[in-house]
Design a protein around this ligand. Structure first.
Ligand code: NAI
Length: 248
């Protein structure tokens, strides 16, 4: 029997990058997957991967920062699949700038999507998880939320917030059988990091003890572990997936 046989997972930001790899690996481990992103047509490639693994995939258009949209998406997923066992809060954005040049809009947007989106989905999904007295939530944070980064004060604050939210909700929901953990990736090769300059990439690479950038699958493996019963005694933890860049 595979680790997640018969489970239902919901993954946000599933259209590409780390979210796509997470959906792929959860499906390979036996889970059906509800795929959420801003537009359903962006999700076709991920849906094809889940279906190829022999699991069911349905796509939902939702802006994670919009409370009403999040609640409707969760209602639809619960109606279509019957339950939600695993929630992966992965959707996230960067709007980098130095503090003095950062607009209020760039601050708000990053906090709204990365932090408030995680709060909204956790709140919407945990109601039924509390009733079923089981569930696993995995939040995608970042090492930047642990160590900070010049030019990313909005992103760092949002991810530090995700870490604090993870620890608090883990304590609050443990007695209801719900585990909440976070992964904190380092530099992972996706469209988000494609836009960085060669100079920054070179400097980053020099700072990675394992000597390579991460792949989305490197993060997905750890998410799979945290979502599975193999992590039954693990909650409120932040697992860094960064090639050794940050050791805590
Ligand atoms: P990406 O940009 O390739 O994918 C992000 C996905 O989120 C996209 O499909 C996008 O459409 C979706 N999304 C964005 N805003 C949304 C919204 N308001 N509602 C619903 N979906 C939305 O990024 P990547 O690299 O795959 O990042 C995934 C997560 O991993 C993010 O939370 C990011 O902060 C985090 N992360 C990424 C790292 C990296 O090096 N790539 C490092 C550390 C953390």
């Amino acid at each position: 029997m595979a680790a997640l046989d018969g489970k239902i997972a919901l993954v946000t930001g599933a259209a590409r990058g780390i979210g796509q790899a997470i959906a792929d690996q959860l499906a390979a481990a036996g889970s059906d997957v509800a795929l959420c992103d801003l537009q359903t047509e962006w999700l076709a490639e991920t849906a094809a991967l889940v279906t190829a693994a022999g699991r069911r995939a349905l796509c939902y258009a939702v802006d994670v920062s919009n409370a009403e949209a999040v609640q409707s998406a969760v209602n639809a997923v619960e109606k279509d699949f019957g339950r939600i066992d695993i929630l992966v809060n992965n959707a996230g954005v960067t709007k980098d700038n130095f503090l003095v040049r950062m607009t209020e809009q760039d601050w708000d947007q990053v906090l709204d999507i990365n932090l408030k989106g995680t709060f909204l989905f956790t709140k919407a999904v945990c109601r039924s998880m509390m009733k079923q007295r089981s569930g696993a939530i995995v939040n995608v944070a970042s090492i930047i939320g642990l160590i900070g980064n010049a030019g990313q004060c909005n992103y760092a604050a949002s991810k530090a917030g995700v870490i604090a939210l993870t620890k608090s909700t883990a304590k609050e929901l443990a007695s209801r059988g719900i585990r909440v953990n976070a992964v904190a990736p380092g530099f992972i090769k996706t469209k988000m990091t494609d836009k960085l300059s060669e100079d920054i990439r070179k400097k980053m690479l020099e700072a990675i003890p394992l000597g390579r950038f991460g792949e989305p699958a490197d993060v997905a493996q750890v998410v799979l572990f945290l979502a599975s019963d193999a992590a039954a005694y693990v909650t409120g933890q932040v697992v860094t997936v960064c090639g050794g860049m940050v050791t805590a």
